[in-house]
Ligand binder design. Structure first.
Ligand code: COA
Length: 183
């Protein structure tokens, strides 16, 4: 996607030149990645480089860096993946690497900023995401951004010594007609 700005943020393609020691440290920090699937990997400069390259495959996956507009500080990434050209839907994952920037509304602002690209540039119908049931920040952020719960995958993730549900959510292009449900 082209560089875009929101009230406080700049969103642009995240490249291997953007990888910093701070970014790597955050990726290996369980207090940051502990409620995501990124927790299973040991992140090194090489694995992060491979991940960034794999995530920037036009038509398949895009990795978008979230930067503070004023200082250009990198605070997180959004990954769009599994683009489906027929069904016009894509999946979204988000992580803010800098804990000092959590709970300031940047997560919500960035996913709303991405919507403009997905709905108004790509003219897609639907953005899908999921989160661990105990990820309270994600639940709140997606709800504020207008996502609705579509379903629950029971005991989908093994976390420490127990299973947690995966909450599947989605947001639909408000300019598209919704399917009418009849009962
Ligand atoms: C989840 C995440 C993206 C949210 O980003 P954010 O910028 O903090 O989100 P926002 O500030 O827009 O909204 C989060 C809301 O949840 C609240 N919140 C955050 N953590 C919380 C917690 N542990 N318990 C209760 N509420 C929490 C915030 O206060 C805020 O509420 P408010 O709008 O009423 O103030 C960010 O915390 C993050 O990257 N976490 C680590 C990785 C991760 O879990 N990614 C998501 C995987 S689905």
């Amino acid at each position: 996607m082209n560089t875009t700005t929101t009230t406080h943020l700049l969103l642009r393609t995240f490249t291997i030149e953007d990888i910093t020691p701070q970014y790597l440290t955050a990726l290996n920090d369980p207090t940051i990645v502990g409620l995501t699937e990124a927790r299973h990997r040991k992140w090194t400069p090489q694995s992060a480089t491979d991940y960034v390259k794999d995530s920037n495959q036009p038509g398949f996956s895009e990795l978008v860096g979230i930067f503070l507009k004023d200082t250009k500080k990198h605070i997180g990434n959004i990954r769009l993946f599994n683009f489906h050209e027929v069904h016009k839907r894509v999946e979204l994952g988000i992580m803010l690497y800098d804990k000092a920037e959590w709970s300031k509304g940047y997560g919500t602002e960035s996913i709303i900023g991405i919507e403009d690209y997905v709905f108004n540039t790509l003219h897609y119908h639907k953005i899908c995401a999921d989160y661990y049931e105990n990820n309270t920040g994600s639940a709140r952020m997606f709800k504020k951004a207008g996502y609705v719960i579509e379903g629950v995958f029971k005991d989908h993730f093994y976390l420490h010594d127990h299973y947690v549900d995966s909450i599947h959510i989605a947001k639909f292009n408000p300019q598209h007609r919704q399917k009418e449900h009849t009962t």
